[in-house]
Design a protein around this ligand. Structure first.
Ligand SMILES: Nc1nc2c(ncn2[C@@H]2O[C@H](COP(=O)(O)OP(=O)(O)OP(=O)(O)O)[C@@H](O)[C@H]2O)c(=O)[nH]1
Ligand SMILES: [Zn+2]
Length: 215
């Protein structure tokens, strides 16, 4: 697990200057609304896609989702997790609000370990390990996500403080540690299935996620 102390030291090491550049911007009509899509790239090649709706104005109290890439859930409709429904719920929430940002984090597939390693972790889960134990067995961090670039994108968009759509307290702490206050946390609907129940329970019981509705 990413402990608060580890997170704090990583954040202290984070470079304070803007490590991302805006590469392209276009209108993106989707089934969940029409967004302004802004594509950013970090010096190491990691890309970010910010889907923005409305006028962010003074940047205060912006409804935000930081969405970690999940190819299997977001694109393929995997039932091992709830990422796809969460992504679409977040896009629909900013559309309904008329103002907000969904920031798609391409460098965070598999909680930062990458797609191939996530599939290897799934194989261990089929042998009975939970999501945390599987990463440990592979010699990988349980959560390798870094939010420095995400914060840089939010700053570039003029976002100053946020209402964050998440159940994950580490995301809240990461934004706060980078100087982006989280005014409120907003729950997303949790799509519980027989295939993702253990994954959801592990997030609640071992990673501190706020998932009171999960049985
Ligand atoms: N390593 C690993 N990553 C997984 C597994 N299942 C899902 N993921 C990845 O987990 C990320 C989503 O993170 P979660 O911890 O499920 O949720 P979160 O985004 O931190 O929390 P919310 O903001 O509440 O959605 C995505 O990048 C998924 O690819 C797994 O079994 N092992
Ligand atoms: Zn997923």
């Amino acid at each position: 697990m990413t402990h608060t102390a580890d997170l704090g030291s990583r954040l202290q090491d984070a470079h304070p200057s803007l490590p991302v550049v805006l590469v392209g911007e276009a209108r993106l009509p989707t089934t969940s609304g029409t967004f302004r899509a802004l594509a950013y790239r970090q010096a190491d090649g990691v890309e970010y896609l910010a889907l923005v709706t409305g006028d962010l104005g003074d940047g205060h109290d912006v409804l935000v989702r930081l969405h970690s890439e999940c190819l299997t859930g977001d694109v393929l409709g995997s039932l091992r997790c709830d990422c796809g429904p969460q992504l679409h719920a977040a896009l629909e929430a900013i559309t309904a609000e008329g103002r907000g940002v969904v920031l798609y984090l391409r460098g965070q597939e598999g909680r930062g370990i990458g797609l191939a390693e996530k599939i290897a972790a799934y194989a261990l889960q089929e042998q009975g390990r939970d999501t945390v134990e599987a990463n440990v067995d592979l010699g990988l961090p349980v959560d390798a996500r870094d939010y420095t670039g995400a914060v840089a994108v939010l700053r570039d968009l003029g976002v100053r403080d946020v209402e964050l759509m998440t159940h994950n307290p580490v995301k809240v702490r990461a934004l706060e540690a980078h100087g982006v206050p989280v005014l409120r946390r907003r729950d997303l609907p949790v799509a519980q299935t027989v295939d993702n129940l253990r994954y959801l329970r592990t997030k609640r019981d071992r990673m501190g996620h706020e998932l009171p509705g999960v049985d």
